[in-house]
Design a protein around this ligand. Sequence first.
Ligand code: NZQ
Ligand code: ZN
Length: 385
Amino acid sequence: MLNFDFYNPTRVAFGEGTIARLDELVPADARVLVLYGGGSAERNGTLAEVEAALGQRSVQRFGGIEPNPSYETLMKAVEQIRREGLDFLLAVGGGSVIDGTKFVAAAVGHAGDPWEILQTRGKSVSSALPLGCVLTLPATGSEMNCASVVTRRSLNAKIGFFSRHVFPRFSVLDPVKTYTLPPRQIANGVVDAFVHVAEQYLTYPVNAAVQDRYAESLLQTLIEVGPQALATPQDYDVRANLMWAATQALSGPVGAGVPQDWATHMIGHEITALHGLDHAQTLAIVLPALLAERRAPKRAKLLQYAARVWNIRDGDEDARIDAAIARTREFFESLGVRTRLSDYGIGAEALDALVAQLEAHGMTAIGEHRDLDLATSRRILEACL
Ligand code: NZQ
Ligand code: ZN
């Protein structure tokens, strides 16, 4: 029986030219810190457009937030905010910049060691500076959710936290700002969004007709527009549909009140932490292997997925499930995202350390039934080789 609490306070300004709306979205008396990444927003003019829209407000910059944002870098932004008395954060970038900004927002006023925010997965967050986003990379959904993933390089730890306090106040989504993305990042975004939906959908049936059909429509949209975004990179309609699909994939409606299985993400985070693969590359590797390993508990939804998403309706049940998993893998590969650890030079010798990382981070009973233990994670990783 469905029973849930749905909350999402993020206002979205979507469309070409919407950066100009910052003037109305950011409080007039705000002392703003604009946070960005390694320079793409500077090179392609997005940053200048943002600063023009902020007009006469007091504005400072903080650049250099890395992909898989590091605790060490983010703490420098925390120092700048405290030193300069800034009171509004504006993230300009992809998931890493937005996640990093969420952590900074929570850390500025945190009494005690800010690492506690990650250690408690956000439970220790009681307030945060207000933040807004200008999204340049459709992928994570961070622009409309309250999650953040931060890496502490010195500990090889990539950990997520959640807090209602870090929901963006608003997000500006201008598809034109994604035109400069390299193919690798476009493909990564499609895979990440696809896996977000899959992890909220491929569990077991709970009669959530709306959530199921919404998940299926997002998956079908991604299957359609993903290749188009690579083939015709300056097509506004394609980029707009991709951007909204990625945002919706992880902003709440698909997962409202349904069982969720974040095991692919948890295993993937350890691969990034130890081997530096892009987030989406890890997901493309793990998801097909995980679905094959977990075909028994996921059987009914895998059959539904096969029929409704891939139109696979003939043959015996196991053959349909095999075909759906194969189509999933082919889809990722068709986008140019390789799906085997060996494609990235990682062999069997790496598995002990990956399993030890899962154990160190408490990932010993994951999945929708909390029964995916370390032995199962190892079997999944072996199937990823
Ligand atoms: O750093 P710059 O120079 O800006 O370049 C970035 C970066 O190198 C580049 N880029 C972004 N927009 C661009 C652009 N290049 C050209 N033109 C543009 N318009 O793309 C590269 C990757 O950026 P990044 O932000 O790292 O990618 P993504 O959006 O995929 O974010 C990945 C991070 O988000 C976390 C991941 O773990 C990873 O750390 N996730 C966050 C989630 C959340 N908050 O809900 C959920 C996800 O599952 C995910 O875990
Ligand atoms: Zn993800």
